[in-house]
Design a protein around this ligand. Structure first.
Ligand code: TNX
Length: 505
């Protein structure tokens, strides 16, 4: 019995097993050499063998075949050999991810004591359902360091997830070094205190700080690239900017602020002066230098309009541009960024609220609110990523009887997640093709430690991975539950402190 997660498109069990030994040799067609090298390094960590230079007859072959779709692979395991076929390196890499799951789970560990490394004979054909298979990670509310992010990227790759959306800036902390504006991290990267859970009266009394240098971010990007994960940076604007304003008050509307210890939506937003737009273009320039991602996330959510209603400058801007109101002003702001990113060959993506006052022409929508916005965007020809809080917010608790950081915090069980239908109602099959994929969110207001992050993420991320990768006709929650214990064993080998699993079927 295999316990593959996510489940492949088709799987046929064969006869016997392939036994890996010190003289099993990994051979790859030239374009797949980097994938083979990475895979050999992984195997060396657990088995102690260097299979790239082995000379034996039993082979693991990575072969290029032109006709398979991008990211697809074919994996055949027989007694004599293993072959992975793909048309490109991503597919070859996913073949190796599946192969890892066919060996005993200790293959994922270090210097394992296992003596016989065998994989059942199988024939697998596989390709993904969606091209955007994402995880969001909020490093602003609580900072998670480079080593942790690298480990997290490996976990994403094991699940065939391929987007890491890094939420780098927010009211409570700015976490990306910007050379032109050093105070963003010097001042904006530290807060004096932290709200405990969601009680505005209760604080931890502890400062919180941290940021990524540009060198850190480049290393993260490279590490992710090797594992076919695209890192999408998010620079929040025009709201969720308190940390930036603490560093550069001239970006604001006159109210002095400090990096806030409080969660929730803050009234403080940026002003709409030319110099402020230029500030964001400068920041985006540095982000684009570091992140090759086609999509750049500009936030755009939860931007209260009170300050703009009171601001002379904002009102003058509205008159000068002939806009109806502050919502159109927000839309205008986002359009400026859309045009800028487009002029650099990139594309803007933003949260649901960038629909307010009209979606910028090239923008893609990341849907966290209801499906109406998704439908509207799809019908007007925009791409969407489904990231709805109703199913995919993993900061929400997993069990009804769990202690909650805030009484109102909803429950998202494993079954809730698995039951998510990312295709909004009332769209045509053609429109549905513009659903790029799904993404789960790890907002970190209440996630203060690495162990807690593991706990909130897993095993729900396993369910999300299956939603993102496996075709709907192959999805079945009872079958997923049957495969999960074997998969959790792998996560334990990797040191993941996942939440408990209580099967319901
Ligand atoms: C809403 S979702 C937010 C975040 C919070 C999250 C908590 C979104 C685009 N904005 O700022 O962290 O809820 O669940």
């Amino acid at each position: 019995m295999t316990s593959l997660i996510p489940l492949p498109t088709s799987l046929r069990l064969g006869e016997g097993v392939f036994v890996l030994s010190a003289d099993s040799r990994i051979e790859a067609d030239t374009p797949f050499a980097p994938v083979a090298k990475l895979f050999a390094e992984e195997l060396r960590r657990s088995t102690g063998w260097d299979l790239l230079s082995a000379v034996g007859a039993a082979r693991i072959e990575l072969r290029m075949v032109a006709e398979l779709p991008n990211e697809a692979y074919r994996l055949r395991v027989s007694r004599e050999r293993i072959s992975i076929e793909a048309s490109g390196p991503a597919g070859a890499f996913y073949g190796t991810r599946t192969l890892l799951q066919l060996f005993p789970s200790a293959i994922l560990g270090k210097q394992a004591e296992v003596r016989v490394w065998s994989a059942s004979a199988v024939e697998i054909e596989d390709s993904p359902r969606f091209s955007w298979r994402g995880s969001h990670l909020d490093v602003s509310r609580h900072f998670f360091n480079k080593a942790f992010v690298l480990r997290y990227i490996d976990l994403l790759a094991l699940h065939k997830l391929n987007v890491l959306h890094l939420h780098l800036t927010d009211d409570q902390g700015w976490r990306m070094e910007v050379r032109k504006y050093p105070r963003l991290t010097e001042v904006g990267g530290r807060r004096a205190d932290t709200m405990l859970n969601y009680d505005p009266e209760v604080y931890t009394g502890e400062p919180h700080e941290g940021f990524f240098t540009q060198a850190d971010l480049r290393e993260i990007v490279r590490y992710a690239q090797d594992r076919f994960v695209t890192v999408v940076p998010e620079i929040e604007m025009p709201g969720h900017v308190v940390a930036a304003l603490a560093a550069y008050p001239e970006l604001g509307n006159g109210t002095p602020v400090e990096v806030t210890p409080k969660w929730g939506v803050h009234e403080t937003v940026v002003n709409v002066k030319d110099s402020t737009l230029q500030f964001f273009r400068d920041v985006l320039d540095e982000a684009m230098e570091i992140f090759p991602s086609r999509f750049i996330h500009i936030g755009g959510d939860e931007c209260p309009k009170e300050e703009w209603k009171r601001s002379e400058d904002a009102q003058a801007r509205i008159r000068e541009l002939g806009l109806a109101d502050e919502h159109e002003l927000q839309s205008w702001f986002i359009r400026q960024m859309d045009a800028y990113l487009e002029s650099k060959g990139r594309r803007l993506i933003g949260w649901s609220e960038i629909l307010e006052g009209g979606l910028a022409p090239g923008a893609a929508l990341m849907v966290w609110l209801g499906t109406e916005g998704a439908v509207q965007a799809l019908k007007s020809g925009h791409d969407v990523v489904m990231a709805q809080s109703s199913h995919l917010y993993f900061d929400h608790v997993q069990f009804a009887d769990e202690e909650k950081p805030a009484a109102w915090l909803p429950v998202k069980t494993l079954q809730t997640v698995y039951g998510y239908n990312p295709i909004p109602p009332d769209v045509t099959p053609d429109e549905a093709l513009r659903v790029l994929g799904i993404q789960y969110q790890l907002w970190t207001e209440y996630i203060r430690s690495e162990d807690r992050l593991d706990y909130q993420a897993f095993p729900r991320a396993c369910a999300a991975a299956e939603l993102a990768w496996t075709k709907p006709d192959r999805q079945n929650f009872a079958d997923f539950e049957r495969r999960l214990p074997g998969h959790l064993e792998r996560l334990r080998v990797l040191g993941v402190k996942h939440a408990p699993f209580h099967p319901v079927s």
